[in-house]
Design a binder for this molecule. Sequence first.
Ligand SMILES: [Zn+2]
Length: 314
Amino acid sequence: MIGERLEEIYAIGRHRAAYSPEEDAAHELAAGWMREAGLDVSRDEAGNLFGRRGEARVWTGSHLDSVPTAGRFDGALGVVAAIEAARRLPHAALAVVAFRAEETGPMGSRRLTEHPEAFLEVHIEQGPVLERLGEPLGVVTAIAGQARGQRVFEGRADHAGTTPMDARADALVEAARFILHVRDCAREGTVATVGAIEVEPNATNVVPARATVAVDARSADAELLDALIADIGFDVAWRSDPVAMGDAFAAVLPDAPRLVSGAGHDAMVVPNASMLFVRSLNGGISHHPDELSSEDDMALAVDALTAALVRLTR
Ligand SMILES: [Zn+2]
């Protein structure tokens, strides 16, 4: 059931970009399923889709947009699971929500003009932790804070053939040392990545004159994040604080493992959010067509979501 609906959404298009016809079509499909589940469909100014029943102070859902190389589960699972849970609770006052443009923001959830008393998001883990633990579900305790920025290395352009090795100021060699330093700065509870470099003049036979190294540093602990930034030493262009998650899923899954989310989600901008991760198979691969969760694991997630909604809406 869950898998079939995810396949229907994926059939619209692997890449459902923000506010594209493909994202529109996915919202239309979800709107039909919401009506079948007995929900009243509406949209807000940002284009977020709501399926409401009664005085809906408890919301559940996720997003339907996707990255160009997407799989079937990221975002869509949280919307489909929410509709199924709402269908199972025909008398509960709640809202299912499909946010717009999560992958490029989040844009839709940031533009909410009203906020729920509780927001529950089911999402594929997009990492290998639950698979390694042999556990189907994990309760998210926090969404990591992030810092992004760069470090620039200046050298001097020279002839690659005539300039002796001891007479060079090679910006890229300095940058290479820095990249290894970035990796070594990431300790328990933090991650740090160099995912992009720019070299000037970027020519095979010229000693590099300038290298710009992009840094992405993350931690679910604000103090650890600050220490990581200081250890690495880079110009921070943008920083977000870690966001603690609520205990709506912990209350119904007391023995499930706890983990932090290294990725951003709608739950980091919607107040009073709690988040549940579903095991990623295939080594946790995500933003890739091989992204996978099993039907059994997704069914357990719907059960947990339903139980959490019962607690919050009675
Ligand atoms: Zn997502």
